[in-house]
Design a protein around this ligand. Structure first.
Ligand SMILES: O=C(O)CCC(=O)C(=O)O
Ligand SMILES: [Mn+2]
Length: 225
């Protein structure tokens, strides 16, 4: 746990952008750890509640709990919906980022992995399936740049956008914990995949390039919090 707040750009109260938080070696380490995790928990296409419409992102999870969506709704569950296996452990590099940036006295329980191909996006939503709303959501990005949109607590509040680049961290906590947010699109830059050593590790999961985003979440309230 860090006693000092993260150095970063305060986009809104509680919403802190730390550009380039992961340097090249840390990105390569995280990509390798993720590739190992995704080999155990293969990315799959989630579906919207009720309608069953497929998401444009592919997802997987690490940690004791994983966030899933299907016709039955959104929820956290301890097992992969297709293989039935427990999710693999959260990568050490992501846990270290939580310790440095989350300022929360308990570890994350879920690490949602989103894989964005060139045309994937994520509609405006709130992350509100967690009981521990006093914990931030910590986002880490690898690969292609995304146009991340954020607004306010009400869906109709005005929105702004920020580019999330490879290695960036974004802390969504405090007054911003329940803001609406989403990903409009990837920024078409060549190549779509990360430059450098993180590229080969994630190639099998993004063969045409793209972006990988992790969101670390504390789901249950810690016993002594
Ligand atoms: O990909 C991103 O930057 C955001 C992901 C997100 O909001 C989510 O998984 O809930
Ligand atoms: Mn979200």
């Amino acid at each position: 746990m860090s006693p000092t707040p993260p150095a970063g750009i305060v986009l809104a109260p509680g919403l802190i952008h730390v550009p380039g938080y992961l340097d090249g070696p840390a990105r390569a380490r995280l990509a390798a750890e993720l590739a190992a995790a995704l080999a155990l928990a293969p990315p799959y296409t989630p579906r919207m509640p009720r309608t069953g419409t497929p998401f444009s992102v592919r997802m997987s999870n690490c940690g004791p709990l994983g966030w899933v969506s299907d016709r039955a709704g959104y929820r956290y569950q301890p097992r992969h919906p297709e293989t039935g296996a427990p999710w693999p452990a959260i990568p050490a590099t992501a846990l270290a980022a939580w310790d440095a940036l989350a300022d929360y006295p308990a570890p994350p329980e879920a690490c949602l992995v989103n894989l964005y191909g060139a045309t994937a996006r994520m509609g405006l939503h709130q992350d509100r399936d967690e009981d521990a709303l006093d914990a931030p959501v910590l986002s880490l990005s690898l690969g292609a740049t995304a146009l991340f949109r954020y607004g306010g607590l009400s869906r109709s509040d005005p929105t702004r956008s920020v580019r999330l680049r490879t290695g960036d961290a974004l802390v969504i906590g405090g007054a911003a914990r329940l803001i609406h947010h989403g990903v409009d699109r990837l920024v078409p830059e060549a190549p779509l995949l990360p430059q450098g050593a993180d590229r080969p590790a994630l190639m099998p999961f993004l063969p045409e390039g793209g972006r990988c985003n992790l969101t670390l979440r504390r789901v249950t309230r810690p016993p002594d919090a």
